[in-house]
Design a protein around this ligand. Structure first.
Ligand code: NAD
Ligand code: ZN
Ligand code: ZN
Length: 353
């Protein structure tokens, strides 16, 4: 059944904490009984991949490590227990590569909270290689009419921000502030918010990101955190009644905006923390949090149903976030730009070059 699968392939390998990635040939692995092998065509580059290489988090990675968890491709082999995935199907490798499916959390479809997760590009090799393995029951099912290059950033960025918007409880016609709106997750968040009928206030730095957020992605307002003299006032003023946004999604990769959000969120509003800066802590005044009834919560990727829904928004043509494509061989350059906050939107790597 299966097409010709090579024994060797190109990959980007992290060989030591701190990097850089090394572009080299490594063996192609064989899928286990409950796994599929996906010929990755394109993979988005998430800031999480950079955190993983730098060892930013209190969770060890496998080493050597092939990063990547926004991999879109074609199923080329499957284990003998896999019945509902066909060779030739489009499929995506997402952050949650697998989970136990049997614990308290998995039993109620909260599988991102499984205590025994397999994480793509972190605890198992991910999508910065031409052939990647994933548990069949966790792959993203991608309809054939979808473009694999454009959909790849949906597989982490899209799913994550769609879930975070749902977790915020913000309703159509209300306001959400997206902190880090010019980045990979942020540009997706603006598109999902628009599709969900929510007014989005974008916060990021620089004119390139302003143009992208307002002119291309439909943000109602843009606040530049690098030049604003009073960011709190500027965000509140961007809502029609001046009371501030009903929800705030924090995607930034440093600590300050996590503290600042509680100053402008509307009373009874919700702050959803998604960004994962190294060694960061949350701090908010207890008095305000209590007397203004503010909710502060976290949101972590999405489950299989969120995945299907996020992909369906894309399939319907509602998600057009900008991306630039380079060869897999250029991944280290992408990390360099990402570190400096220079990327507007997402970079995607093409595994064929
Ligand atoms: P990115 O580098 O593409 O975007 C980050 C953006 O934040 C940049 O545009 C940057 O200019 C902006 N920024 C930095 N400081 C800011 C500030 N003070 N105010 C406003 N904007 C600011 O990164 P990304 O790929 O979008 O990822 C963002 C974060 O989300 C990372 O920490 C990543 O690990 C995390 N993440 C979390 C989940 C989850 O499930 N919770 C999933 C994916 C990624
Ligand atoms: Zn990610
Ligand atoms: Zn579990």
């Amino acid at each position: 059944m299966s097409q010709e699968i090579p024994t060797e392939q190109w990959a980007q390998v992290v060989e030591a904490k701190g990097g850089p990635v090394v572009y080299k040939k490594i063996p192609v692995q064989k899928p286990g009984p409950d796994e599929v092998l996906i010929n990755i065509k394109y993979s988005g580059v998430c800031h999480t991949d950079l955190h993983a290489m730098m060892g930013d988090w209190p969770l060890p990675t496998k080493m050597p490590l092939v990063g990547g968890h926004e991999g879109a491709g074609v199923v080329v082999a499957r284990g003998e227990l896999v019945k509902d995935v066909e060779i030739g199907d489009y499929a995506g490798v997402k952050w949650l590569n697998g989970s136990c499916m049997d614990c308290y959390f998995c039993r109620q479809a909260d599988e991102p909270l499984c205590p025994e997760p397999l994480l793509s590009g972190y605890t198992v090799d991910g999508s910065f290689q031409q052939y990647c393995i994933a548990k069949a029951n966790h792959i993203a099912r991608i309809p054939k009419e979808c473009d694999l290059e454009a959909i790849s950033p949906v597989l982490c960025a899209g799913i994550t921000v769609y879930k975070a918007l749902k977790e915020s409880g913000v309703k159509p016609g209300q306001y959400v502030t997206i902190i880090g709106a010019g980045g990979g997750l942020g540009s997706m968040a603006l598109q999902y918010a628009k599709a969900m009928g929510i007014h989005a206030i974008a916060i990021d730095g620089g004119e390139e990101k302003r143009t992208m957020c307002v002119d291309k992605l439909g943000a109602a307002a843009y606040v530049d955190f690098t030049t604003s003299k009073n960011l709190v006032q500027d965000v509140k003023k961007a809502t029609a009644d001046g009371l501030g946004p009903h929800g705030v999604i924090v995607l930034a990769v440093n600590e300050k905006p996590f503290q600042q959000a509680s100053e402008y969120v509307r009373s009874r509003g919700t702050i959803v923390c998604v960004g994962l800066p190294a060694n960061a802590f949350l701090k908010a005044p207890v008095f305000d949090t209590v007397t203004r009834m503010v909710t502060i919560k976290g949101s972590y990727v999405g489950n299989r149903q969120d995945t299907a829904e996020a992909i369906d928004f894309f399939r319907r043509g509602l998600i057009n976030a900008p991306f630039k494509t380079v060869g897999l061989s250029e991944l280290q350059n992408v990390y360099k730009m990402m570190e400096q906050g220079q990327i507007a939107g997402r970079y995607v790597v093409d595994t064929s070059r």
